[in-house]
Write a protein of this length. Sequence first.
Length: 157
Amino acid sequence: MVTDNSEADVKKINHILAGYKGESNLLIQVLLEIQKELRWLPKEGLIRISQELNVPLRQVYHAVTFYKAFSLVPKGKYTVTVCVGTACHVRGSPRILDRVEQTLGINSGDTTPDFKFSLETVNCLGCCAMGPVMVVGDVYHGKLSLDQVRRILDSYD
Ligand code: FES
């Protein structure tokens, strides 16, 4: 389970930062690496980034809160993204989202207690002809039916 400031998280953060000392222009790259490794950006990590890259902490927080790719809370192993854009909406995405929420037992924006799934919505994934579309991790599931939702989610370890 992911915990704030765990020893393992700090080790991973220090390992990543070791190659970037003083590289203030690489702030976003460092944030992306740590986000990818930990699936979130703990407060301790932001302080260490600020110190090691010589970037004001205020600037680090600004970047983290500006980009949707970053999270200040622990995220699940898999991000489930349900498209609720117009093309998907008219093809039934509200019912798909309801089914995903029922299946996972969480609402959009939340993470399952076991940190397996985080659920998000998006306004278009750029593949409207495939609607309704759900992405799990980096796998797109298009022309989705209600019956497929549980089977797809159950297939992830
Ligand atoms: S509206 Fe869903 S992919 Fe474009």
